[in-house]
Design a protein around this ligand. Structure first.
Ligand code: RB5
Length: 147
């Protein structure tokens, strides 16, 4: 399942992404926020990421004003590999090499046109595995050492 989340800074971008996903017939769950009223990105990230890590193969898209705060919060959740992207190459390679399970974007940084290109490549690119798997395992080791 694909989970979406945004604070007020990313709310409009999230709505554009929902429209795109609806048109493509891609299923998703919207974890909020549900209006442009001010909310705290860490709380939205936690709510969304808890759902993402609950099931194998889940992914997420998170938006705030810059994409940065919400990506920082997301990466605090064990099992989340969130990448804040504003270019096509990064959105593609964070799937190929980092097996990112969350794409973060800034509603005040990227326009909807570019954001939808990033969403498309993020959702349609598979992890390459190989030597990159060892590096993902090293990320997991860091997480486990914190427990
Ligand atoms: C909210 O004004 C803004 O700080 C937030 O959306 C985000 O950009 C934080 O990183």
């Amino acid at each position: 399942m694909l989970y979406l989340g945004a604070d007020h800074g990313g709310f409009e971008l999230k709505e554009s992404i929902k429209k795109y996903l609806d048109e493509k017939g891609i299923e998703y769950e919207d974890c909020g926020t549900y209006s442009a009223d001010s909310v705290d990105y860490a709380l939205i990230a936690k709510k969304t990421c808890d759902k993402i890590v609950a099931g194998e193969g889940n992914k997420g898209i998170l938006c705030c004003g810059t994409g940065i705060g919400i990506s920082m919060a997301a990466n605090k959740v064990n099992g989340i590999r969130a990448a804040c992207c504003s270019d096509y190459f990064s959105a593609k390679y964070t799937r190929l090499h980092n097996d990112a399970n969350v794409l973060c974007m800034g509603g005040r940084v990227v326009g909807a046109g570019l954001a939808l290109e990033l969403v498309e490549v993020f959702l349609n690119t598979e992890f390459e595995g190989g030597r990159h798997r060892r590096r993902i395992d090293q990320l997991k080791d860091i997480e486990n050492a914190q427990k």
